[in-house]
Design a protein around this ligand. Structure first.
Ligand code: ARG
Length: 461
């Protein structure tokens, strides 16, 4: 068993079961690059302040570089028995450079060290996730651009409601994902605002640290204002988990739509064979497993967010070991979203749309009834009366198994003398959709504008 950093006051070795239980190396080793970066900056600051010698600092920096090289080249393996990544780095360094390695931890605790490492790691992950979201939005915009005239029913309560286009529906998801990008940016900006390094275990230190220097070198706006808060703040994990959860919620809604759209009941789209799976018994099956998994994994990510919230709610100042649980939860949320984004983007890119089926569905369900009522209203009938009359017409049509546009002009006139031949244009599905030129609406021009706005936001990202 690897030795603990803290063994001085103990008369016995720690029980191996406690060591396994306590150890976080399994899941914190992924922060090793960030841990070493923080250590390098800490050492440089210690030397600048005259707390350690320039020679020690040089040895530490060279030692850290040699560890990084050896890890990259596969010459060094992370010891799975080390208590945590911080222990592993310090002990490996000390084995290589001797006493200078033992001076690295001067004026520092693993408590401020881990608070820094998670921030540095999540900052990188946030940028990676944002890049994947940008790719997804680009694909959505591309698909939307190809489907600005594909009229389909828009739904409320999953009942056919009013005509929209497939492009319009897709751009709704682009809007959600653009807000997700902002949420990531916002969470990351707050994460980058305050550097915890120099908070010590909880109460700062008597060494003349230059916290401004370390904060700046590590890309933070300032050192955190309160050392107790510095070591025990995990808001930033929760904020990122929140942004991830909301993004997963959006992917899950899109997935649910895709599941519906590719069913035989809808058949608005066909997923590429490479992004579907079959059944071991039913030869005809082509299942949208990817989207179902995204929907399922959304619950798992909500669980991660909940883990963090519940973990933090009852712990007193300052650091408590409960907080070691933060990493598995937030890393799982990050990994899950990354996996989903990596898969859903090419799946959407390769999906085939079937506008004829969308159009067929649009013809059923009286989605032009509002336009019929609007026609009468524009001719002078009060909207509420027009609404009622159109409702009666729909009911009659249902009884006769007809659509509104199948009524003859005489039949229309039988309901109201206001009806003229131009009613057919007014309730034509394509024209109904095209006529919805209001800002944000489904007309081709409006959706093209939505695409242009989204692309402009992406360009500025
Ligand atoms: N592995 C610990 C964590 O992830 C590092 C901090 C340990 N600090 C301590 N005082 N035990 O939280």
């Amino acid at each position: 068993m690897a030795e603990q950093l803290w063994k001085g006051r103990f008369s016995k070795a720690v029980d191996s079961r406690v060591n396994d239980f306590n150890s976080s190396i399994r899941f914190d080793q992924r922060m090793i690059a960030q841990d070493m970066r923080g250590s390098g900056v800490h050492a440089a600051m210690l030397a600048k302040q005259g707390i350690i010698s320039e020679k020690d600092c040089e040895d530490i920096l060279n030692g850290l570089a040699s560890i990084a090289d050896d890890l990259a080249a596969g010459r060094l393996e992370i010891d799975p028995n080390a208590e945590d990544v911080h222990t592993f780095v310090e002990q490996t360094l000390t084995a290589r450079i001797g006493d200078a390695g033992k001076r690295l931890h001067t004026g520092r605790s693993r408590n401020d060290q881990v608070a820094l490492d998670i921030r540095l790691t999540l900052r990188d992950y946030s940028h990676t996730l944002q890049a994947y979201i940008v790719e997804l939005i680009k694909v959505i915009c591309k698909k939307a651009g190809e489907n600005t005239t594909a009229v389909m029913p828009g739904y409320t309560h999953l009942q056919r409601a009013q005509p929209i286009t497939f492009g319009h529906a897709l751009m709704a998801y682009a809007s959600m994902l653009l807000r997700d990008l902002q949420r990531f940016e916002d969470a990351t900006a707050r994460m980058d605002a305050q550097c915890p390094l120099g908070s010590g275990a909880l109460a700062g230190t008597t060494y003349p640290l230059d916290r401004q220097f370390t904060a700046e070198k590590l890309g933070f706006a300032a050192p955190c204002a309160n050392s107790l808060d510095g070591v025990s703040d995990r808001d930033f994990c929760i904020e990122l988990a929140n942004a991830i959860s909301i993004c997963m919620m959006h992917l899950s809604r899109l997935s649910e739509e895709i599941i519906l759209w590719c069913s035989w009941e809808f058949k608005f789209i066909e997923l590429d064979d490479a992004f579907t799976t079959g059944s071991s018994i039913m030869p005809q099956k082509k299942n949208p497993d990817v989207t179902e998994l995204i929907r399922g994994k959304t619950g798992r990510v909500y669980g991660d967010l909940n883990t963090l919230l519940v973990m933090m709610k009852g712990i007193p100042l300052a650091y408590n070991k409960d907080m070691q649980e933060d990493k598995e939860a937030i890393f799982d949320a990050v990994d899950t979203l990354e996996l989903c984004l990596k898969t859903v983007t090419p799946m959407l890119d390769t999906m085939r749309t079937i506008p004829a089926n969308m159009r067929r569905a649009a013809a059923k369900g009286f989605i032009n009834a509002t336009d019929c009522a609007d026609y009468l209203t524009k001719k002078g009938m009060p909207f509420r009366d027009a609404y009622k009359l159109t409702g009666c017409m729909v009911s009659d049509c249902i009884a006769k198994d007809k659509t509104l546009e199948e009524l003859t002009l005489d039949e229309f006139k039988g309901y109201s003398a206001l009806f003229e031949n131009d009613i057919y244009d007014a309730i034509d599905l394509v024209k109904c959709c095209e006529g919805r030129t209001s800002y944000g609406g489904p007309s081709e021009a409006s959706v093209n504008n939505q695409i242009a706005l989204a692309n402009a936001q992406l360009d500025a990202w």
